[in-house]
Design a protein around this ligand. Structure first.
Ligand code: MRU
Length: 361
């Protein structure tokens, strides 16, 4: 079995995990909540091998930087358990999408655990178990990071906006669907909601694939968060009307100089926020900070099929999936290890070093 869909019965109680490892009679599989079908239907997509997972990544059935890292790590474990060439699988997974640095991070972590086990004389079964343990550890750590980012982010909002009653604008989708926990930017908004400090979550539609309209609205509904959906074009007039107190977004890669790659449409929000003196806050785990990429110009921005846009009318299309916001437009980067504000290379390096110490101890 390579891949198949499972329909989830109506009335299922607990929310489905965005991703889970399962041991079926035919062998282990990675089961994804298929995000291309949300919110119309909650269907699980079963990946029985690495090519199926690569397809799921490329079609955005599984998406969002932290979750891509976790999926990549489990993909390496899947290859190892199936007795396939782990290094080849790792290369295919890492190359599936270029911008989110978490994907390569997760893949390398599981492949490294596998390689170390083989180097230490482990048999195939034991080495596969080491890769799976690495994926599970990353999954757990991402849930913990998510909770810590929510705490740091809420504290930052209290500091910047002591009056509360926040009207927060967000872009793309950054909640439970992209994480082992409650997500990044959405987790902060949810913490504000639970603390009684959120008046409205403004949700950008996020053209062309509508991650805001389809996924963030679905997550906000599930948590009873008061939200309003807007077209991406409407953000300017919303700022001009004084209706935005802060912008909260996630990130796919943060370069060493603090440049932030995130869903296309983030950069114009940063420019608007600067003009209107509104804090522009990026929430991302330290696994999204890439000290090996010096600046924004060095970040590879994924170009996606023109068809995602041309189905409207035209045939010649420019369709970047992300854009890059320079550090001078970013008020703060909130990680699980604390906040960088101002956003400097030294402070980002300090936060990353702290997280490495924690994971090594
Ligand atoms: O193309 P996508 O849907 O994978 O893009 C996702 C985003 O841009 C998110 O904002 C980003 O990964 C941060 S998620 C915590």
């Amino acid at each position: 079995m390579a891949d198949q869909h499972i329909q989830v019965p109506d009335g299922a109680e607990a929310p489905l995990p965005s991703l889970r490892w399962d041991e079926l009679p035919d062998g282990p599989v990675l089961v994804l909540l298929d995000q291309t079908r949300l919110p119309a239907e909650e269907a699980e997509f079963v990946c029985g091998d690495v090519p199926a997972l690569v397809r799921a990544i490329q079609t955005l059935a599984v998406r969002g930087a932290p979750l891509l890292g976790i999926a990549g790590a489990y993909g390496v474990a899947l290859a190892a358990v199936r007795g396939e060439d782990v290094e080849e699988a790792a290369a295919a997974l890492e190359g599936a999408r270029p911008t989110a640095v978490n994907l390569g991070h997760g893949v390398r972590r599981a492949a490294g655990a596998h390689r170390d086990a083989v180097g230490a004389g482990a048999g195939a079964r034991e080495a596969a178990a080491a890769a799976l343990a690495a994926a599970e550890a990353l999954h757990r750590e991402d849930a913990e990071a998510s909770a810590r980012m929510a705490g740091h982010g809420l504290a930052l909002l209290e500091e910047l906006l002591p009056a509360g009653d926040h009207r927060i604008l967000t872009h793309c989708n950054t909640g439970r669907l992209v994480s082992g926990g409650q997500g990044t930017a959405f987790a902060v908004a949810l913490a504000a909601h639970r603390a009684g400090r959120l008046r409205t979550l403004w949700v950008d539609e996020t053209r062309p694939l509508l991650q805001g309209a389809r996924l963030t609205a679905y997550e906000a509904d599930a948590h009873g968060v008061a939200y309003r959906l807007l077209t991406d074009n409407a953000a300017g007039s919303l700022f001009a009307a004084g209706q935005v107190d802060a912008v909260l977004i996630g990130a796919d890669r943060i370069a060493a100089d603090g440049s932030v790659a995130n869903k296309v449409g983030s950069y114009p929000l940063a420019v608007l926020a600067k003009y209107h003196h509104v804090p522009f806050i990026v929430v991302a785990p330290t696994t999204t900070v890439d000290l090996g990429t010096p600046d924004g110009a060095s970040i590879e921005v994924e170009q996606r099929s023109g068809q995602e846009v041309s189905d409207m009318y035209a045939s010649q299309v420019y369709n970047p999936a992300f854009d890059v916001t320079p550090p001078e437009l970013v008020t703060a980067v909130v990680t699980e290890e604390g906040v960088a504000s101002p956003v400097t290379m030294a402070r980002l390096a300090e936060l990353c070093a702290r997280s490495r110490q924690v994971s090594m101890s």
